[in-house]
Design a protein around this ligand. Structure first.
Ligand code: UDP
Ligand code: MG
Length: 324
């Protein structure tokens, strides 16, 4: 079907344990695509090492629907890399990234397309509200986006996720970025070009629970900061400066007590000073360690994603994908 070049539209859907949602998602996504571009589209369902029936469901969809391309990864790569795998394989002129859990409504597709028709390279979904999410999640998300804005030189828009429509060119440039630590929305922001927001209300999860535990959210936040900012390295300089100033004040105190009082064996102040400085040093070492660790992992140059199988009715299509 796609032999005559690129389909109009690719939809990339990372799926981890989404058996409860996928049928409903596919119904709505497929309908939205058909209404927009006829049958000239592909939906890439990327199975990110699910432990439930997700892969079997994807196989069933692919067998029944020529527009569905299943992608099975060797193991769980995580959300960002699952989307990356989809990007490596997708062939559409425009590419939409959307979650499987129906928090991002597929029915917004025509709005995204219309915005892009105005000449934008990137139309990103910006959340006006988040339904069905905990107070904790909303607060940490809000803090995260604002903190990131403070720290990074790249202007990453507030309250946006990966739900967005991007052009082929942007996808190609992202493929040219070799890093294995990938914070996609930051990378898109870094590329720049003509970008605009589409404001929407985020729905509650259709079924299942979030896979982003507080720990994973913290990891993503660290990823975002260290990938896009060297500010923390400078922070250690700042702390060294503050520590030196405090040390000078302490020195004055030491001299005064030496000359004017019978200086008592100052184990207490000594202890304080040692503690303070070792804490600062450890913290600085920690920051350095984060960055050095990243250099170490990038230096390995391992494959970013490992794809076991592409599940599609169109074998021709699969061969074409190899050189994309
Ligand atoms: N996901 C994935 N791999 C993971 C975690 C999540 O592919 O390790 C997918 C998941 O199936 C969903 C999307 O990424 O389609 C967003 O995940 P989730 O809804 O759990 O995150 P939240 O919306 O709560 O941030
Ligand atoms: Mg979700």
């Amino acid at each position: 079907m796609f032999d005559k070049g690129h389909p109009e539209l690719s939809i990339i859907v990372p799926c981890y344990n989404e058996e409860a949602v996928l049928p409903e998602f596919m119904k709505r996504m497929d309908a939205a695509c058909r209404a927009c571009v006829g049958s000239n589209f592909e939906i890439l369902l990327v199975n990110d090492g699910s432990r439930d029936q997700t892969l079997d469901i994807i196989r069933t969809f692919s067998a029944a629907n020529a527009n569905v391309v299943g992608v099975d990864l060797f193991r769980q790569h995580g959300h960002q890399l699952a989307v990356t795998a989809g990007m490596q394989l997708c062939r559409g002129r425009r590419v939409m990234i959307i979650d499987a859990d129906l928090q991002d409504p597929p029915e917004l597709l025509p709005d995204f397309m219309a915005k892009m028709d105005e000449g934008y390279d990137v139309v990103y979904g910006q959340r006006r509200s988040r339904k069905g999410e905990t107070w904790f999640k909303k607060m940490t998300a809000s803090l995260f986006y604002r903190g990131l804005k403070l720290l990074t030189e790249t202007d990453i828009p507030l309250d946006t996720g990966d739900f967005r429509l991007i052009t082929r060119q942007i996808v190609d440039y992202m493929q040219d970025m070799p890093e294995s630590h990938r914070f996609l929305r930051g990378m898109v922001a870094w590329i720049g070009g003509r970008q605009t927001a589409l404001v929407y209300d985020r729905e509650a999860r259709f079924a299942g629970t979030t896979h982003y535990t507080p720990r994973k959210m913290a990891a993503l936040a660290l990823e975002a900061v260290t990938s896009f900012s060297a500010a923390p390295l400078r922070l250690s300089m700042l702390m060294a400066f503050v520590a030196t100033t405090i040390a000078m004040v302490l020195l004055v105190y030491v001299f005064i007590s030496y000359f004017y009082y019978d200086s008592v064996p100052g184990w207490a102040s000594l202890g304080t000073i040692v503690l303070f400085f070792s804490a600062v040093q450890l913290f600085c070492l920690g920051i350095m360690g984060e960055y050095i660790g990243r250099i170490y992992f990038e230096g390995k140059q391992r494959p970013i994603t490992m794809i076991r199988e592409v599940i599609s009715q169109n074998t021709m299509n699969q061969e074409n994908r190899q050189d994309v």
